[in-house]
Design a protein around this ligand. Structure first.
Ligand code: SF4
Ligand code: SF4
Length: 84
């Protein structure tokens, strides 16, 4: 399962989830929910993630990866234009 929000991407290997629910308990932003059909925790409210990575550290199954997405709000080369 891949969940992509504007500034973060979650890649969850649902087969590896051992059901420990550490992610649900540890997340201060209440991002995770248990999915009965998938039999796995899922980042249902991923847009609330503040990228503290605590859930990734606590995950007993090592079954997901959180990948920050770099979002350029402006052109990073804009301020270097014209420099010698
Ligand atoms: S990285 Fe932090 S805020 Fe984001 S889901 Fe994990 S514990 Fe919650
Ligand atoms: S911490 Fe990892 S193994 Fe435990 S319920 Fe969450 S996703 Fe599954």
């Amino acid at each position: 399962m891949v969940v992509i929000r504007e500034d973060v991407k979650f890649i969850v290997d649902t087969d590896k989830c051992c059901g420990c629910r550490h992610c649900i308990r540890t997340c201060q932003e209440d991002v995770w929910r248990w999915d009965i059909e998938l039999n796995c925790a899922v980042p249902k409210y991923a847009e609330e993630c503040v990228q503290c990575f605590q859930c990734e550290v606590d995950c007993l199954g090592h079954c997901f990866e959180i990948i920050p997405q770099i979002v350029f709000k402006s052109d990073p080369l804009e301020n270097t234009m014209g420099e010698a």
